[in-house]
Design a binder for this molecule. Structure first.
Ligand code: NAP
Length: 279
């Protein structure tokens, strides 16, 4: 085997053993007839700098970065693209030929592409959008919705101060509402997005009353474990279209794979099925 042609990438996080990314990337490595491997990189907090500086010497084409390192890693790479800088976090690193580390963030791309795959006629400007949550993922989702031409976003977070701080970057587009108003925030919306961790495996369901949510509204939950959160079950039962977070996960991986291995991979029905089976 030609070692120079062997592509190596991985996902760096803590904990990381639960990650579905190896399944995804190793499937594509096989599908496109490449030589390489995508591995788990469990890196404890405190070891991030040492781990990143070792990537070029270890022959890595790059890696994904996940919790808790997404923000700190941004300060440790040599270059950060404009999109990642605007989001304030990176989720992908590409090692350049000279060993320089370049940070990107594909979460917003993955989010929008996941929506379009599931609902091809989706438009960001179809009406007001309610976004619940103001954590790291919310920032990428808001940025992507703004870039796609959203006209009005109502941002609701348990800790309203965090929502206010986030909304400041989107003056005129994002309005914050107190957590107690989350039920009323759904009136007239074209879409509801959950970016909180409520409803994720191990957490209680999101506490929200959907009575005011129009039946034509799309309900998007970025959680993918479980594939159908209690929010999505409730929304589907009353007739709303729903989209889970698996499409976001799979689509954010595509530009990263392209940057490392030179091929923009496709999500085949077989791959989607394999990923669903893994959850
Ligand atoms: P994060 O930065 O820790 O933010 C967590 C969010 O959940 C905050 O808005 C937080 O509100 C809210 N929250 C926590 N406990 C709550 C409660 N009891 N009631 C109401 N709100 C509560 O996490 P993140 O990185 O943004 O991730 C959020 C979720 O998105 C996770 O479930 C993650 O798995 C998922 N995600 C999916 C993808 C994908 O590819 N599909 C990508 C990234 C993340 P406070 O500000 O008040 O604490």
């Amino acid at each position: 085997m030609d070692e120079k042609k062997f592509g190596l990438a991985g996902v760096l996080g803590w904990p990381v053993a639960h990650s579905r990314s190896p399944l995804l990337h190793n499937y594509w490595i096989r599908q496109y007839g490449l030589q390489g491997s995508y591995v788990l990189l469990p890196v404890a907090p405190g070891n991030l700098q040492a781990a990143l500086s070792g990537l070029p010497a270890l022959g890595f084409a790059g890696c994904n970065v996940t919790q808790p390192h997404k923000v700190e890693a941004m300060a440790l790479v040599h270059e950060v693209d404009a999109n990642a800088r605007a989001i304030g976090a990176i989720n992908t690193i590409v090692v350049g030929p000279d060993g320089a580390l370049r940070g990107m963030n594909n979460d917003g791309f993955g989010y929008i592409q996941g929506l379009i795959d599931a609902s091809p006629d989706w438009r960001a400007d179809a009406g007001p959008i309610a976004v619940l949550g103001a954590g790291g993922a919310a920032r990428a989702v808001l940025m992507a919705l703004a870039q796609r031409g959203a006209k009005e976003i109502r941002l609701v977070n348990r800790t309203q101060d965090k929502a206010v701080a986030l909304a400041a970057a989107f003056a005129g587009l994002v309005r914050t509402l107190p957590w107690e108003s989350r039920h009323e925030a759904l009136a007239d919306v074209a879409m509801l997005v959950n970016t909180t961790n409520q409803g994720m495996h191990g957490n209680p369901p999101l506490d929200i009353d959907l009575r005011l949510l129009p039946l034509h509204a799309l309900v998007s939950d970025i959680i993918y474990v479980p594939l159908e959160t209690p929010l999505l079950t409730q929304a589907r039962a009353r007739g709303n279209r729903t989209v889970n977070g698996l499409g976001m996960l799979m689509n954010q991986a595509r530009p990263a794979f392209q940057a490392w291995f030179g091929v923009l991979p496709e999500i085949s029905p077989e791959l989607r099925h394999l990923m669903e089976q893994s959850i």
